[in-house]
Design a protein around this ligand. Structure first.
Ligand code: BGC
Length: 751
């Protein structure tokens, strides 16, 4: 076909706008089919190929090596998507090549890890999860989408919905914690936030539920490690947030680096074809993780890269991220009959559909408006949302003698800890598009309150040299030369504020730890300062639960401040001074010791529960089974009491439960009222309790509100070992309270 005729045809196909009704879904499918019918096999395969950004668009086009090859592929229409190309100028440049130089001019979808913000960073996802505030989380994703979309991006590799029970795993920072119910409602909030109501709006982007599946269950918390889990855990713990993402119409999925029960996720037909595309009816596309098709050769599952391509595509992986497997081998595999062209067609349709929905066929430069980029990036609206989210993410862990909030006047405050002045670390781990040193530090936040005198000394470095995304952090394990200055500052102060914990790059991908202690010399620094002045407030910065027993036993006030993003210092100062009353609750159990891990609230009773006098029960001899802080835990500057827990009715698998909550303190506050269930006897053993509902209530002092929860099938049932969802009759225990341990209890029976 002559190029002119093709362009004409393509223009007709692309012609109409992209509305969002069912009719439009059918219209899009028609357009996709028409386009597919004029594509060559190699062009189809091109749509399934994704490359990382490979040249500086302001320089000359590459003419040698890999970059030249990729450039050629782009011009040939053999690239369907690019990642890590960002900023309107760059995106426009690559899009122009795809649209103007390739035969069919199919626009690229531009992917990026918009994980907790784009240029403006919001709190790390685990911190956001601690807010339990679904509206705020949705808004945070919406703002991240807006900023990223304004910079040319139209697809994020988020949310990560992997459940994990292992604080050693560095990527717990990127998820919503250990619970499948909380994980599911947060998955929904994030997908809806990123995608909005109309994907073709240039301020929304396609989301990606990742990593399908089991990635958070890496053995020993070591990233990329083997995953071996049974059906019950897979169905009831790992799958639910992925399902919730589909119910929210998530457009894409990413598979995972890990093997699951002997089959790499990327080559896993059960996961991708049977569960995802068939049982769950997912009609978006699946992208591989970075190089994960090629990595099947290392897993010992594919003989070579060609074989890996065959396995991946046959298993339902639609797009190849940076393995060069599809672009180089799929053509031959189809010729040899090892891969069916109908399967290629299916993958391409899925990809094209998302491009249509994004509005890219109406206008390939829809996300490329320089004026919009200037207006939106770092705007007040986005910064304000990041601050709001940061305050909501803070968890008050201890507040003996109401040491907090701090008095605003006449106090001498010593601020200690290198992290207090760090403007990079609070940006977290996924901050590729953030400006270096752009976070408001705790020091800067505290300086805004002028009524007290503030002296700062770092005490000790947390790390030596620099930190970055690629290499290990070099932790300071020996230099204590600043300790005496810190002790003197503490002695001369009324209150000591210590900011300690992990730097941003100690959690995230490839950043597992075997210890959950304060890294380096920080524990020693804490103890040294405490000897000088016991009035210590400890502000923790961390991307995972930490085992801070000594602090819990000795330090009067502890605030969990995670890595809170661009507005960190403002959020921390407002909480410490009581201008914001914290309401965060832990989305992951904090252990007393790393040896207890995996430690999670929804464990099984075992045949040997305890405690017992003799040794023959499920326990350790050197530490009890309790967490340091349980799942769902968090204090406030006020107190709440619970009363009147009642089962109102049980009818047709619909149970109504109500409880009254009273603010018994002196200031207004918010409480996350949590409801847990135990299905006492079941055909597959059930956990001792499972979160099934929660509600956030705002209460003035002395105010009481009654909350009513309605539990339906979804809350009452579970998946059996054949993947069948069941609600079984019998006794159910109900636990309601402000965390997973401290609850009122009642029960009901299902007939
Ligand atoms: C990560 C993904 C990420 C991808 C692209 C991989 O290493 O596992 O979560 O989206 O890189 O940057």
């Amino acid at each position: 076909m002559k190029k002119l005729t093709i362009l004409l045809l393509v223009a007709i196909f692309y012609g109409c706008k992209t509305p969002s009704s069912q009719k439009s879904v059918d219209e899009i499918d028609k357009k996709v089919d028409s386009l597919l019918s004029i594509m060559t096999l190699q062009e189809k395969i091109g749509q399934m190929n994704q490359y990382n950004g490979f040249w500086n668009v302001t320089g000359p086009a590459p003419n040698e090596g890999d970059a030249a090859k990729k450039y050629e592929h782009l011009k040939n229409g053999w690239v369907g998507s690019m990642l890590n190309v960002r900023g309107v100028k760059e995106v426009k440049e690559v899009q122009k090549i795809a649209v103007e130089q390739s035969r069919l001019g199919i626009p690229l979808i531009i992917g990026f890890d918009v994980i907790h913000g784009y240029e403006t960073q919001s709190p790390i996802p685990l911190a956001e999860a601690a807010s339990w505030d679904l509206n705020a989380i949705k808004k945070s994703a919406k703002m991240a989408a807006k900023e990223a979309a304004a910079a040319g991006i139209n697809w994020t590799f988020a949310p990560m919905v992997d459940i994990s029970r292992d604080a050693r795993w560095g990527r717990v920072m990127e998820g919503a914690g250990e619970d499948p119910y909380l994980g599911s409602v947060i998955a929904k909030a994030r997908v809806e936030g990123f995608q909005g109501e109309d994907l073709s709006n240039p301020l929304t982007i396609a989301a990606c539920a990742k990593h399908f599946a089991g990635y958070g269950f890496a053995e020993a918390g070591k990233d990329y490690n083997t995953v071996d889990v049974g059906t019950s855990t897979l169905q009831n713990i790992i799958f639910p947030p992925f399902k919730a993402a589909i119910e929210s119409d998530v457009k894409t999925f990413m598979n995972a680096f890990n093997e699951l029960n002997g089959i790499p996720a990327t080559g896993n037909t059960y996961l991708q074809r049977k569960v995802l595309k068939s049982e769950w009816n997912f009609n978006g596309f699946v992208v591989s993780d970075w190089g994960s098709i090629m990595e099947m050769t290392y897993h010992g599952y594919a003989a070579n890269i060609q074989n890996a391509a065959e396995i991946a595509v046959n298993a339902g992986s639609d797009m190849d991220m940076e393995s060069y497997a599809y672009v180089n081998h799929l053509y031959d595999l189809v010729q040899e009959g090892k891969v069916l062209e109908t399967d290629i067609n299916d993958a391409v349709k899925r990809i094209l559909r998302v491009k249509f929905e994004l509005g890219l066929f109406d206008n390939p430069y829809l996300y490329c408006d320089e004026t919009r980029e200037k207006e939106i990036l770092g705007s007040k609206e986005i910064q304000d949302a990041a601050l709001d989210m940061a305050k909501k993410s803070i968890v008050l862990l201890k507040n003996e003698g109401n040491m907090l909030p701090l008095a605003k006047n006449g106090q001498k405050i010593a601020l200690i800890g290198a992290l207090a002045a760090d403007k990079n670390s609070p940006l977290g781990s996924w901050r590729i598009a953030a400006k270096d040193n752009s976070a408001v530090s705790v020091l800067e936040g505290m300086q805004q309150y002028k009524g007290n005198s503030l002296t700062y000394t770092k005490g000790a470095d947390v790390y030596n040299g620099d930190t970055n995304f690629i290499f290990e952090v070099n932790i300071n394990t020996s230099d204590t030369s600043g300790f005496s200055e810190a002790a003197t500052a503490a002695k001369n102060a009324d209150v000591v504020l210590m900011v300690l914990g992990e730097v941003g790059y100690q959690s995230g991908e490839g950043r597992s730890r075997t210890s959950l202690d304060l890294p380096g010399v920080q524990q020693k620094l804490l103890e040294t300062v405490y000897q000088a002045n016991k009035n210590v407030v400890l502000v923790l910065n961390n991307g995972r639960p930490l085992a801070i027993n000594w602090a819990q036993e000795n330090i009067p006030a502890i605030v969990e401040a995670w890595q809170l993003g661009s507005q960190t210092g403002n959020a921390v100062a407002q909480v410490l001074y009581g201008d914001y009353n914290p309401s965060g609750k832990l989305p992951m159990t904090f252990p007393k010791h790393v040896g207890q891990v995996p430690l999670y609230y929804n464990y099984k009773n075992t045949g040997r529960p305890g405690p017992k006098k003799e040794v023959f029960w499920a326990h350790y001899q050197d530490i009890d089974n309790e967490p340091l802080y349980p799942f769902g835990y968090g204090l406030s500057y006020t107190t709440f009491s619970y009363s009147n827990l009642k089962i109102n009715s049980v009818a047709n698998n619909k149970v109504s439960v109500s409880v009254s909550v009273t603010n018994t303190g002196k200031v207004a506050g918010k409480e996350v009222v949590q409801l847990y269930l135990q299905d006492v006897v079941a055909s597959v053993t059930r956990p001792v309790k499972e979160l099934k509902a929660f509600e956030m209530v705002s209460l003035k002092p002395n105010e009481t509100k009654t909350i009513t929860f309605t539990l339906t099938d979804k809350a009452l049932g579970f998946y059996d070992n054949n993947g069948v969802f069941k609600v079984e009759s019998g006794l159910f225990k109900v636990f309601v309270g402000g965390d997973s341990k401290n609850t009122m209890n009642t029960e009901f029976s299902l007939p």
